[in-house]
Design a protein around this ligand. Structure first.
Ligand code: FES
Ligand code: FES
Length: 154
């Protein structure tokens, strides 16, 4: 089938097998920031933003995203011009091996887009579906708080 989606701000069309997982589809078209962890909806490393909400792309079929808006980590910032959340993660030393980080940053973005002044509980709840095997949670929470402050100033 043909799908039309808004992907990282650009309207795109693809010929797809509707039963392919969105995770595999995004990686196949080169968006390797979408990480394959458990493939069973448990780790959040494959998280994307779908119509403003964080979802695990390993739990979705491509046929389900026709007509929808998708954001992946590739749509946020660049090395030269990182998004404030990316900047805050670096400044707070919140990145260890990095595998969980795209999902963490997208979960943080989905939260901060809706709630610019989150409490620590809001942050913990928003990131509760994202597992970090390096267990850097304290620094990750600090980074999201810092990013919120940076984004409010902008
Ligand atoms: S790979 Fe999708 S939740 Fe783990
Ligand atoms: S930084 Fe290694 S899994 Fe989170």
């Amino acid at each position: 089938m043909k799908i039309d989606i808004k992907l990282n701000g650009q309207r795109k069309s693809f010929e797809v097998d509707p039963s392919e997982k969105v995770l595999d589809f995004l990686r196949r078209i080169g968006l390797k920031g979408v990480k394959k962890g458990c493939s069973t909806g448990d780790c959040g490393s494959c998280a994307i933003i779908l119509d403003g909400k964080i979802v695990n792309s390993c739990m979705l079929f491509v046929g389900q995203i026709d007509g929808h808006t998708i954001e992946t980590i590739e749509g946020l910032g660049t090395i030269e011009e990182p998004h404030p959340i990316q900047k805050a993660f670096v400044e707070e030393g919140a990145v260890q091996c990095g595998f969980c980080i795209p999902g963490m940053i997208l979960a943080a973005k989905a939260l901060l887009d809706k709630k610019p002044t989150p409490s620590i509980t809001d942050i913990r709840t928003a990131l509760s579906g994202n597992l970090c095997r390096c267990t850097g949670y304290v620094k990750i929470e600090k980074a999201v708080l810092k990013a919120a402050k940076m984004m409010r100033k902008k």
